[in-house]
Design a protein around this ligand. Structure first.
Ligand SMILES: Cc1cc2nc3c(=O)[nH]c(=O)nc-3n(C[C@H](O)[C@H](O)[C@H](O)COP(=O)(O)O)c2cc1C
Length: 237
């Protein structure tokens, strides 16, 4: 049965807007995002379970990236001795020391033809397609990145990591796990401790995960402040 345009529009309305306006802010993702804040102090005695860490890793892995290249790795640090070595490089040393896990978003140091081929060979292999099926596209990518500097590569790659950081923040919030995104750290020191250079990687951002120390986390009691919607949204109707 073919539906008329009017019928399709009616169905869309039912499917897309089935909820009352007042329920909008009770939707899970919005309430999760309202719950979270950038935690300033952690309880060192409370550790995030392996199951929950796996969920956060999976949300991060599922983040979309430009051309699907996933040009970064996620380094997961829970080893206390390693954390202690990293502490002098953090702007939030107590968070780094007392949190349960640190996720390090570690970008490829540059795009290379080999790295692009590796990703697209995996894609064709997993989809049961012949290797080279996307060669016109990958040739275009290689040509385009070939004209850029490594600094331009790194800037582009860094942007991809922030999407994944957002997904990790949202997944942690859904699990009611405290978190702090952090760019405030000494990249050289952290990269050195984690041997990132040797792996062709450079850290972009960190995410501290754990359970807040409710007495010391001074931000917990403060109102969440965001630009008012009227200033934030530029709408053309
Ligand atoms: C990319 C990024 C880097 C950040 N770096 C730090 C940091 O180094 N230290 C810190 O305490 N907070 C850091 N923050 C937290 C922000 O200050 C915080 O997210 C912002 O003020 C909004 O507050 P809320 O997250 O509590 O809602 C960072 C946030 C983002 C998204």
């Amino acid at each position: 049965m073919r539906l008329s345009a009017k019928e399709k529009q009616q169905i869309r309305r039912v499917v897309v807007y089935p909820i009352e306006q007042n329920d909008f802010y009770n939707m899970t993702l919005i309430s999760d995002l309202k719950w979270r804040h950038a935690v300033k102090a952690y309880d060192p005695s409370k550790k995030v379970s392996t199951e929950d860490i796996e969920k956060i890793i999976e949300a991060t892995r599922l983040a979309p990236t430009s051309s699907g290249l996933q040009p970064f790795k996620l380094v997961v640090v829970s080893n206390q001795a390693l954390k202690e070595q990293m502490v002098p490089g953090s702007l939030n040393p107590d968070c780094m020391r007392d949190c349960s896990h640190i996720l390090v978003f570690a970008a490829w140091d540059q795009y290379t033809d080999e790295r692009i081929d590796e990703v697209y060979d995996r894609t064709t292999d997993q989809r049961g397609l012949p290797r080279g099926r996307f060669s016109r596209y990958t040739d275009m990518l290689k040509e385009s990145f070939g004209r850029q500097t490594t600094a331009q590569h790194f800037a582009h790659i860094s942007k991809q990591t922030y999407i994944a950081l957002g997904f990790a923040l949202a997944q942690a919030a859904e699990l009611r796990i405290s978190s702090t995104p952090a760019e405030g750290y000494d990249n050289e020191l952290i990269d050195d401790v984690l041997n990132l250079k040797e792996q062709g990687l450079r850290s972009v951002a960190l995410l501290y995960l754990g359970y807040a120390n409710e007495e010391k986390d001074w931000l917990a009691q403060m109102k969440k402040v965001r630009a008012p919607k009227e200033d934030f949204v530029v709408e053309y109707k």
